[in-house]
Design a protein around this ligand. Sequence first.
Ligand code: COA
Ligand code: AMP
Length: 632
Amino acid sequence: MSTFDDVHRRSLEHPDEFWADAAADIDWHKSWDQVLDDSDAPFYRWFSGGQLNTCYNALDRHVIAGRGEQAALIYDSPVTDSKRTLTYQELLDETALFAGALAANGISKGDRVIIYMPMVPETIVAILACARIGAVHSVVFGGFAANELATRIDDAKPKAIVSASCGIEPARVVAYKPLLDQAILLASHSPETCIILQRRQLEAELVAGRDVDWADAIAVVSPHDCVVVEATDPLYILYTSGTTGEPKGIVRDNGGHAVALHWTMKNIYDIEPGQVYWAASDVGWIVGHSYIVYAPLLHGNTTIVFEGKPVGTPDAGAFWRVVAEHKVACMFTAPTAIRAIKQQDPDGLLIKDYDLSSLQSFFLAGERCDPDTLHWIEEKLGVPVIDHWWQTETGWAIASNCLGIEQLTVKAGSAARAAPGWDVHILDNDGNDLPAGKVGSIACRLPLPPGTLPGFWRADERYRKAYLTRYPGFYETGDAGYIDEDGYVFVMSRTDDIINVAGHRLSTGAIEEVLSAHADVAECACFGVADSLKGQLPIGLLVLKAGAAKAPDDVVAEVVQMVRERIGPVAVFKKAVVVARLPKTRSGKILRGTMRRIADNEEYRMPATIEDPQVLDEVRESMQSIGYAQQS
Ligand code: COA
Ligand code: AMP
């Protein structure tokens, strides 16, 4: 029996003991009454009765313990040509002051604050300041459009929004403020205050009586101390794509989150306090929440806030420059970033320009990692490359090679074994376990470990219905795959309409809602097709209303623009085609899966229930006109 097997077994057989041990690494204001509280199963709570403050654990305690002069955060921004290092003491001072500004604007424990910001240190300050006063933050990714922001405003009902005048993409400055103003107009709920960070690249006009300049907000206040919260109180809400246009507000608690994330730093990433850890993601995504902000700081590491891209800022050597310059020990990104680098620097020549001797390991997640990409980066870096699988809902890895416990053999295409705390099963439609190697729905036996979602924001029944109902006693991941004879988990695809575009999670259902809103569109279908760079891209098929006012090409151009405006550029919805009919089953279900296979030139079986097989040929021809389904 290996060390990993032992640890994994103990985590499932004695979860109370296992996680109580891990909780000893967190500073508590009051110890918990119960490690695992199952009194309201299937909704579980961790560390009930315990009290703490997450910001205290991420900043204050390190300063008290003598880490005040260590770099907590390194901001490296090739798009603004600037860099800045904040020590733990400096990050604490800025956070406490901004917490004072939030309090002075009437924000207190339990209030929600939306943070719509680019990758700048102030974003991390705003996040931690919320945690400091017990306010619940909800970060919205900058690549989302006003409409998506409005939906989140209406669900979270924030008392304040913290934003910036602009974000900076390599090719353009993104004015955030007009998007924010429009979102507030669209939403039914209005925040009382907006605190706006003015960036010199583009200053924003402030709305009198509502908007406050960040600099003014902190000028007149005193630092705020940590407010004690319950372990089970919400720390944040992070919205993620559901199967409709209505996003799911994933809630994270304070206690279980701090315990689990701290535990992962040594056990999964094999990192010691003081080392530099870099997740090249965006704070708007779960990877950013967990591994740019919370886990590295809870653990006393140095984190990097990188405002740039893997390519084009200025070249495909950007990642390697950052690793060398800041002596990164462990790095984490999405496979799509590696594919982008590989495309521009296929022989990895730029890697050779940098001294990467600090790098111990390289982690990938966010989408399935194709073996080619894995092997390429393994060969070029010469350090363990670890694909690990997780979701916004889970907050940390469900399956991973846990380097700090025991380094397992890497199998390309697999995220390795279920991590400690996770009891992963492959189930058939009736909920029976499938044998090794057979593909089925991936489900995790309840309770999920600490740090995972206790539910949706004020919508627990929606959570129960979406995740806990199909397989009683299990959390349904929405992913399909198999487990091999050695217990390795292979995540192959989604069982719903979620797609992964450049590591960004999107719902094709939400895109369809936008397409249907066009006055000339009678019916539509959207699905993800394979893309060698971004993994998947959404395409749309449109059936126009009889007597449609506009020409097909104009409708296509307009829906492309509508998706950009309503969901955001990050949807990368660029291709649609008008068809006469959509293929359907006799009961009227649109055959999206079959069309996707045809688009990707994969083999497919003619569905027995198809209403009219001829429609598939028509659709194939239409898809050919936009560059897909080239083989008939
Ligand atoms: N704010 C505003 N707009 C944004 C944005 C942000 N934070 N992030 C992306 N966008 C825009 C881009 O500018 C682009 O706009 P365009 O249509 O005008 O060109 C669009 O959204 C699509 O962005 P993206 O899919 O990211 O494409 P890209 O060409 O800019 O970059 C990669 C491609 C692969 C380099 C990039 O996607 C990447 O680094 N991915 C890593 C994924 C990642 O970090 N995932 C998080 C989970 S680990
Ligand atoms: P997100 O919530 O944005 O992190 O997206 C989660 C989804 O991304 C998962 O449900 C998977 O479909 C996919 N995903 C994330 N990591 C991996 C991985 N390592 N391998 C395969 N799919 C992954």
